[in-house]
Design a protein around this ligand. Sequence first.
Ligand code: HEC
Length: 473
Amino acid sequence: MTAVRSSAALGAAVLAVGAIAGTAAANENAAAAAPTFNGEVGRILYENCASCHREGQVAPMSLTSYQEARPWARAIKTKVVSREMPPWFADPRFGKFKDVTALSQEDVDAVAAWADGGAPQGDGPAPELPEFAGDWLHERPPDYVVEMPIEVELPAQGEFDYLDVWMEFPFEDDVYLEAVQMRPGNPAVVHHAGIFTRPMPPGTRLGLEQVQPTAQLIPQPVPINPNEDPAVKLARREAAREFTPDAQLIFYRPGGGFNRFPEGTAKLVYAERNLEFQMHYSLTGRPETDRSVAGFWFARDTPRRRMLTVGSGEFGGTGPVRIVEGEEQLELQAGTGFTRTPNIPPHADDFRITGIWPIQDDITVYGVWPHMHFRGKDMTYIVVWPDGAEETLLHVPNYDFNWQIEYDFIEPLKVPAGSTLKTVGHFDNSIRNRYNPSPDREVYWGEQSWDEMFFIFTKYTIDKEDLTKRTSN
Ligand code: HEC
């Protein structure tokens, strides 16, 4: 039994779902052949869109009834045909992924024909709204729920992007987690977030606000400033060194946030670590608050392997990583974290970086999550097998920072020692990139979205590991 050090009171998050009533007459003028809302389009929208497009969620409008969807018919067609909605960016030629959110061509055609045919409601009963996963996604309630120690107050507008909230880890012993879920307190503002367990980086300011005896809030190691002195930035980078492959517990983005680790694997969390909520917020134009929570499910048996996460690209877990920027080559030491990243020159419109991760032990790769910021353009993940043959695992031709999508393989991939995982990405720091806040700036590594990052987070296990033989620390 795991001893609980402090019991954080958790206010029940009540999800108010307004009852939807309404009967609009079917559009008499609808082309006879056009698909109808009640016929099939409603089902497509409810199953693929309404998880985000409903009251209190991240999307700007609700699509949970014919009346709500009807005025958006043209826009829906445009976004669906261009495949901007629902968000899914993997080139379908590579990789076989779980939970693909891309619509089938049939569904795209049906939605387009519906809009073109005057967006009729059709006869018969409206389709039923599915149950939404506002709750815990494991079949049993979490064994432990931890709430962010503070309620974050967000201004209506301005620069407020990234925030760290640190807590003491609530258990006295190391724990194995078979599943972790993060639930945003306020889904409208949590753009994406990560929960990490790691020692608090040296130089981090503590105790700005002492909310619980065991928890402190740290808004920023250094003030938010897009024109920050590079020396200060370097110091901050150094402070982030403790991002070892066992640090990341879970990553949240709209539509995500739940990980159940495959049979025989688990997250191992060391009792002496701190818990870090790393929050990326978007502002809504109104003052908002957020207090996100995480649910933990303890593994019933000692797993064999740790589920690890490495940011392949900038640094690697099991060996030295080389980052190649144009002509320049840099050696990074394993596990040292973010020691050096690209400085992208002003106005560069196609700046390439290649990250090399030589695989030194046989590993199994479960999923990948490409991560760049505003200037990210594209990313490709390639395995170079020991015989030199290359295979593309993931290709994201149009990287969009707004959508932090995780791609989990249907079949975990065995990558033997002697292989290399190669990440190739391009950045657009030119004025043509509509997200670029300052094309005439050199861009450094940093957590803020106006700085850059470059990795494909890779979820993997080390095949030879056997935790059942581990003597407790
Ligand atoms: C994972 C969450 C998510 C899913 C799933 C999703 N959307 Fe969206 N959608 C958003 C967000 C957030 C925005 C606003 C930001 C943007 O435009 O990128 C948006 C914007 C839109 C817009 C543009 C609205 C405007 O103001 O012009 C349309 C149209 C749209 N979505 C339709 C759909 C349809 C149709 C589906 C399903 C086939 C869908 N979306 C699925 C989150 C989602």
